[in-house]
Ligand binder design. Sequence first.
Ligand SMILES: Cc1ncc(COP(=O)(O)O)c(C=O)c1O
Length: 372
Amino acid sequence: MGIHDYEVGLHKSELDTPALLLDLSVMECNIRTMASYFAGAPAVLRPHVKLHRATPFLAHKQMQAGAIGLTCAKLSEAESLAASGITDILIANEIVGARKVERLVSLASYTDVMVAADNPANVAELSAAAQAGGATLRVLVEVNIGHNRCGVGPGEPAVALSKMVFDAPGLKYMGLMGYDGHCTFGVSEAEREALSKQANSLLVDTRRLVETAGLPVEIVSAGGTFTYRYAAAIPGITEIQAGTYLLMDTAFKEQGLDEFGCALTVLSTVVSRPSWRGAENLAVIDVGSKGMSTLYGLPEISDPQGARAIRFSQEHGRVDVEHAARELRIGERVELWVRDANGTINLFDKFYAMRDDVVEAVLDIPALGNRT
Ligand SMILES: Cc1ncc(COP(=O)(O)O)c(C=O)c1O
């Protein structure tokens, strides 16, 4: 019996706090929405699992809904996926350094892992390690399409690196990837489509040049939750790497994305109703910035309505209860919407998977060691 099994069947009100709750119905609805979009799309979906750090239950749900494989940011996430039986994995990131490359080659010996590369030194390192390990490593050349993070320049620089990968023993050239991360926050919905199309056109223009140079391009991977529709509609893009759509958060939601619902909340307990002068409308809860990422601002409160988070310390949250729909005495619960899903999940070691306010499953989030 797992250590959390006794919690299955508990009502939300019986859980200890802080607790990260995942509404299964909302998550399932998000999966269906994305699956039905991709059922009619020219590209396929390879969801990015950095959101949930490769939690097996969620990764397998995504596969079951028609994903072609999964995308991740870390080698350790790829190892977690492989340990849970998923073998078609794209690490949409550069893997650098002898120790990591050795782990990557070991992973390639029993999975179909693919990795991104954006410079010749790394290509040489990958090739040497793959040969030494007797494995074949699949490689996508990462192209900078305007996000200005990793990625070789579009056009000729990407063609040159593609040729190098193609010719490198131990490597199998698979194609290109690019991430339009500059078309997310800070860009209005009105501008987003044009900007994303412009960025992803650089990728397919590069694909044409690579093919003209005589190299086969099997995969062109792109897009995220904000831009999956725009990227998938461009002929020549074969896969989409969206991730946050699965669970969402209020910061994403506020930017549009009406088709997906927010599945995550954090449950907290009122630990103090201070009596100092001026504290009449103040409740202090046991969730602060160590239990909820505030990268995109303070969270909205889902229950009770009207209550408002006003300030977070590390282990305390200050809540203004003046307009709260119910009285908040010490020991009562406050439920907060998650505003930054990626950052908040990273602070927890388990999700309580809820249906109708009852725990249906406790999902362990792969170890905090998933950082390397
Ligand atoms: C390379 C890459 N691809 C895809 C994604 C997924 O984006 P989203 O979480 O918006 O779906 C990210 C997110 O940061 C990313 O870095």
